[in-house]
Design a protein around this ligand. Structure first.
Ligand SMILES: C[S@@+](CC[C@H](N)C(=O)[O-])C[C@H]1O[C@@H](n2cnc3c(N)ncnc32)[C@H](O)[C@@H]1O
Length: 277
């Protein structure tokens, strides 16, 4: 992986913070529900819980993990600007929350494929790891597998790994369909092929709430790759979701492209249990 690929997001850190409609209306409520039920189970066990936010971006889910009750979050991202933005946002959230039992967060610049190189990180101690739209940034099946191995090492046995990836249907069909999220066609004008083009760079344009479009490169990995790799690394697949929006929940001034998210799956969410071999 080149420095360039790891750090393509930094130039968008200010826009990223403004959010994208689908993140606010579909993704965040869906994930918050999962964090809440995870927190409830930890509460029933009577134990504090620690989380990893891998590819934390500007820290939107780092803060939500703390809000859900994590006693500690280790947040990492390959992009230095994203990490400093996440740190700033989280410190802002934690202001005025000092005292016994105050949650804590640490931030590191690190690729998902090299997490165990973070100094002082304790393997086998995290209860929950999340990775939201991050693994699609990794340039090869080898890198993704390496990241899965690292995550498994850091989670305790029985720990949970939740990851969110763009839906394969979105990859295959979203060329100029909504004006909100758009995958640009290949340079030679041909369409992307599911098996043939696995792991190949694809350019995605997203219109952020700021009104600015951002353009990034990511990849898709086939369903068979995910299933095989997760099992190989020692994850048990506990749940698989295809969250989508519900028009009834949409605000009345919602832009027209929102309908797309009620009719077409836009994300795949894997919930896995760590069963180290
Ligand atoms: C779509 S953003 C998601 C950010 C955050 N998870 C969220 O949902 O708001 C993708 C993030 O992955 C980070 N990233 C890209 N390549 C990475 C890598 N190899 N390791 C860790 N993070 C990476 C980017 O810098 C960016 O912050």
């Amino acid at each position: 992986m080149t420095e360039n690929q790891d750090q393509q997001w930094g130039k968008y850190s200010a826009d990223y913070n403004s959010g994208a409609w689908v993140k606010d209306a579909v993704e965040a409520p869906f994930l918050e529900g999962h964090f809440k039920s995870f927190a409830q189970k930890a509460l029933d066990r009577g134990k504090p819980w620690k989380a990893l936010d891998i590819g934390c971006g500007m820290g939107r889910y780092t803060i939500r993990l703390l809000q859900a009750g994590a006693s500690y979050v280790l947040a990492s991202d390959a992009d230095v600007d994203m990490v400093s933005g996440a740190k700033k946002e989280t410190e802002q959230y934690l202001i005025g929350r000092s005292g016994p039992g105050t949650p804590k967060a640490d931030f590191y610049v690190c690729s998902a494929a090299h997490l165990t190189s973070i100094s002082r990180i304790e393997e086998g101690t995290f209860d929950l790891a999340i990775s939201i739209y991050v693994l699609c940034n990794l340039p090869s099946t080898k890198d993704v597998k390496q990241a899965l191995r690292e995550i498994s090492k850091l989670l305790r046995p029985g720990g949970t790994f939740i990851f969110y990836e763009p839906h394969i249907v979105e990859y295959m069909t979203m060329t100029n369909s909504t004006g909100h999220v758009e995958y640009l066609p290949k340079d030679d004008g041909t369409e992307y092929k599911y098996f043939e083009d696995e792991g190949k760079p694809q350019t995605l344009r997203i219109r952020m709430n700021s009104g600015n479009p951002i353009e990034i490169t990511n990849r898709f990995y086939t369903l068979s790759f995910w299933v095989t790799s997760l099992l190989e690394v020692g994850f048990q697949i506990s749940q698989f979701h295809e969250p989508h929006g519900n028009p009834k929940d949409f605000p009345s001034d919602a832009p027209s492209y929102m309908r797309y998210y009620a009719e077409c799956p836009s994300a795949m969410v894997w919930v896995c249990t760590n069963v180290p071999q």
